[in-house]
Structure formats: structure tokens, C-alpha cells
Design a protein around this ligand. Sequence first.
Ligand code: ZN
Length: 410
Amino acid sequence: MQTKSLKHRLFWTWDHSMDWTPLTQGIQEWGASTPYHKQPGDFVRDYTNLVDFCAAHGFTGVIIYGFLRDGHGGIEAAQEVCRHGRARNVAIIPGIGVNSYGGVYWEGKHEFSLPNWLDLHPELEAVGPTLARFNHYYRMACPAKAENRRFMLDSVRWLCETFDLGGINFETGDNGLCQCADCQKASSQDRNWSPTDIVTLLPPLVEAAQQARPGILPVCECYFDTILDTADHAPLRALPEGSLLQFTNREHEYLQRFLKEMTPEKVAAMPPHAKVLRTHVGSQWNDHRRKLVARDLSAMVQKVAEVGMDGVTLFGEVSATSVVNEINYLSVAAFADAPALTWDGFVAQTLGPLFGGEGQAATCIEFLEKTTVTARDLQEAKAILHASDERSYRRWLWMVEHLYQRLRRT
Ligand SMILES: [Zn+2]
């Protein structure tokens, strides 16, 4: 087993689904690309808390969709988040849509918000049955139009000049493709996203970002469950040097395939850029975002290290005060530092001190993995709570409440 630690450990988030501010209202457990229902100040509080957690546990960056929105403080609030990230050495990485997902300014009265651009230039909107008919946030621009390419270039330059960014997560959109004659000719229409768009639209934007902000990390989204098709990745060599290729695992079954089938030889045949695997394990779309997925995450981190990839991206919207999420995050931190670690070693060394001892940590995992909870489990957790120390108290208090809620539902 290769023991080289992973360079990149990134969190992926939507602003409206963040839950890192205690006792706040308007959290969205489910739903993406929606309005912001939390209090405006929660944006800075949420990301300040997440950045502090990153700094304490070796996570290197936070991807933020909805980075710019009038409803949570617009430019100033986003600058404050960047300042905090820089002070803690955690890269702040806005997620931006290229001709999709609002452009660089997700929502508000701003020239670099894509819907505003399309209102001014309706002839530049994508043609055909895209998801925009369900949700105006999904409006798309036609990628074949030179005016849209210039708009994206100006947007990215402005973003880099206005914010002290650690990176940018570029994506070309996954909500359907423009059906105009030029786009149909340029790209096969067999999926909701276009590999051709990735390699033709992103290079000038990545280069503009690198020029405006030397040292920036361009994270290029390569989309869903294709990383094993290594023969298809040759076109990605067109992405500029310094780009980080982010392949995304969406389906749980595909993660199992990745664990079985990926090899160092396959990775060596891929483009030479740094590569991360982003996973939907434990996301609101795939499982449940408050579920124990630490075994899957740690297996993924180990595999990524073993085959010579450079890092992982996982969802980070739920605060570590939710103990089950804390364990998920800590498993990634621990295995990314030391991929040769074993699961039992993780439970004993990382969780033991936090839960009042190795035995208590093992009991905690046992409770979280039970399909059915009994009154006896609750009694046992209460007994551990009563005997707990300063460090483990809040975690067992959470566990007692968690077991109580589960028992009530049975
Ligand atoms: Zn088009």
C-alpha cells in the first residue's frame, strides 16, 4: 500500500444547504439551485466555521456554489470568506457555471450573472428542452456563440481581480445541451453534459484565471462515473498545465467498481494533470447527508492513494457538531494523511480520544451501523454519557439524542 499522503482534500458545498451555524433557520436538507432562505449573515458564519474545521484537520479547500448572491451579502461577504480562507491557508474555490449555473454571480443585480446577460441578449440563450423550463436558475447560454465566450472570459477575469481566491471550480453544466445547429454539430447529444465543451471552453478561462491570479487552483469538473473509461480521457490533455481534473462518482455501485477495477496502470495512462475523485457518497442526492459513510470514504481515500491519484472531494455541508458527519470527515482526514491506516486503527487512534476511549469509540460505530435500535442501546449510551469527560460529553449527548429519535420512529 502506497503511504504517500493526499495533496488535495476538498469540500464541495451549496451555500443554501450549509448547516455550520448553530440555531439558525432556513436550512435546506434537500434541494439544489434554489433561493437562499437563511439569514444573510449566516453565509459568512457558515463558511468561517467550515474553514476553521478545515484548518484544524488538514482539508485544503472549500468549493462554494452560490458564492455570489445578493441575498447573503454579495461581493463584500464573499470577500470576507476569502480573507478568512487566506488567513487559515484554506483555498476558497467558487463553483462557477460556464454558460450555465448562473455564470460567476449566482443570483443578483450584477452584470456577470448569467440570467441578466441572457435577459439583455435573448438571442444568445441555449436552444431546446433544457431544464430551464423547470427552474429559471438552470438557464443556459449557447456555448457556440462567440459573445458568450467573451462574456465568460470577462466574468472570470473580474472574479479573479475582485476576490483573493484559492481556486475556481469550472463546470460546463449538466442540465442538458443546446440544440442549435452549431452545437449539435460540435457535440454528441447522448448525455446531459458535453465532454467536447469541457476541452474547448475551459482552456481559455483557466489560462485567464492563471494569468490574473498566479498560483490559483483551477478545478475542472469532468463529470459523472467515467473515470474508469481511461481510453476516453485523452482529449482532457488539452486542459492547461496546473489544472486539477475532478472526476465525479455519483452512483454508489460505481464507487464499488472504482474500488475493484482502478489500477495504477490505468491512472498512469490518463492525462498527466493532478486528479481528484469527487464523491456523492453521503450527499443529499445519493444516500442521506447525515448517514455514516466513513467506511466507504476511507476505502475510497485508500484506493485514490494506492493508484497514484492526488486527492478527494466530498460533501461538507453539515457541521461537524453532527457526530456522524464529524466521523465521516475525520475518516477522510486520517486516511488522507496516512493511507496505510486500518479501520480499527482509525477507530482507536482518531476516534478513541474523542469518545472517551477505544471501546467507547467502537460502541459509537456499532450504534451508528445498527439497522434497529433498542431501548437497551439507549440505556447504554446514557451510561456512557454519565461517565464521559469534557471532550467526549457533547458527542455522547448527540448520540443519546440520536438513539432516542431513532427509537421513537420504530
Ligand atoms: Zn448552441
